[in-house]
Design a protein around this ligand. Structure first.
Ligand code: PMP
Length: 370
């Protein structure tokens, strides 16, 4: 007998169990991984980590006891991160990328019968991980120019009483950062935890860390997720972290697998923090390049939105986005096709690359729009 949807492995012939029915229509995360010369689709840093970091890392690897489990508490890494943000180590939780941070929060605070709020268009994994953890999603809208609408925040948080309200600042894929005063207002409206995803935080004019470190009302309900995948040039290492109240950190530790953070990664993150000036130099270069791309786009028949991150959202006016995307790919330039995402009809997103990559992108885009 074939397994009946929703029944798991039933009583008849042995067979593969069916997938949880609430996951059936999920399609997973899709960003094309194809061989191209100019890869501008996943917002990584185009610049490798500093040579000095690589040397330190190679040397440090030889001190690792590879036959032993790593430090489960990631003590030294958390201490270094805490120091860099002016918080206590008990306020830091590390994981395999900030996606795993988001998943830990949802495992700990979400689940059946619980709801999280988010404001779309935003980072799609917030909704996706909520679904995989069987957490209900109350989705509000951002304004047409991708700002937070406080009336909408009030409506959604008031009606749904979410355990977590997610913000993303700078927001992916619009690139817009939410002003601190607005985050403060969202916090006041939020009955539970306000999680601010700051994957691109180093590009933003301000950070929710200021609220968390302050003594304003609700500071203990602010949690900030950050990553080494972008400005730290370490997407290949998969390392992210959370800064939050110690109680939130303990909740995340509760759902983490034993020894989830390997020794090499702990070392890599700790050493990276010695190269903060090099990281800041990369941010400065990318900001400058972002300005150049924005100026290039302004001269073309596309709509664009101002960005506080290392990517720019744009919408071709006269040529269908999918055609433009294919044309760019034919010229070995890969950007992100968001054209069928809710609230982003016809939009594409380009990551800021190296100067020559950005030139290639602008030239290919110009051609594709003719
Ligand atoms: N948050 C946002 C807003 C992102 O854009 C990304 C990467 N696409 C992530 C989190 C996840 O980053 P990672 O898991 O690599 O740390």
């Amino acid at each position: 007998m074939a397994a009946v949807a929703g029944a798991g492995a039933g009583a008849g012939e042995p067979s593969l169990p069916t997938v949880r029915p609430d996951l059936v229509e999920l399609s997973g995360y899709h960003s094309a991984q194809v061989e191209v010369e100019v890869r501008l689709n996943t917002n990584e840093s185009p610049i490798p980590p500093p040579e000095g970091w690589l040397e330190d890392f190679r040397a440090g690897l030889s001190d690792i006891d590879f036959n032993r489990y790593p430090d489960r508490e990631a003590t030294e890494l958390r201490r270094a991160l805490a120091e860099s943000h002016g918080v206590r180590p008990e306020q830091v939780f590390c994981a395999n990328g900030s996606n795993e941070i988001l998943q830990s929060l949802l495992l700990a605070y979400g689940g059946p019968g619980r709801t999280v709020a988010l404001f779309e268009p935003t980072y799609t994994m917030h909704r996706q991980i909520a679904r995989t953890t069987a957490t209900a999603v109350a989705a509000g809208r951002r304004t047409d120019d991708h700002r937070l609408d406080l009336d909408e925040v009030r409506r959604v948080t008031g009606a749904e009483r979410p355990v977590i309200t997610f913000l993303c600042s700078p927001n992916n894929p619009s690139g817009r950062a939410d002003p601190l005063e607005q985050m403060e207002e969202v916090l006041a409206l939020t009955p539970g935890l306000m999680v601010v995803d700051e994957a691109y935080g180093q590009f933003a004019p301000s950070s929710a860390l200021e609220l968390l470190r302050g003594d304003g009302p609700g500071a203990e309900r602010v949690a900030v997720a950050r990553t080494f995948s972008k400005t730290w040039s370490m997407a290949g290492m998969r390392l992210g972290y959370l800064v939050a109240d110690p109680e939130v950190v303990r909740a995340c530790a509760l759902v983490a697998l034993p020894y989830h953070l390997d020794a090499a990664k702990q070392l890599a993150g700790r050493l990276a923090l010695r190269y903060v000036h090099e990281m800041e130099a990369r941010v400065a270069l990318l900001r400058e390049e972002r300005g150049r791309i924005a100026a290039g786009l302004a001269a073309l028949p596309v709509d664009t939105w101002p960005s506080d991150a290392n990517f720019i959202l744009f919408r071709p006016v006269a040529v269908p986005a999918r055609e433009v995307w294919s044309h760019l790919l034919d010229r070995s330039v890969l950007v992100r096709d968001c054209s069928e995402w809710p609230g982003l009809t016809g939009c594409l997103r380009v990551t800021v690359g190296l100067p020559e990559e950005n030139d290639r992108f602008l030239a290919a885009l110009d051609e594709s729009l003719r």
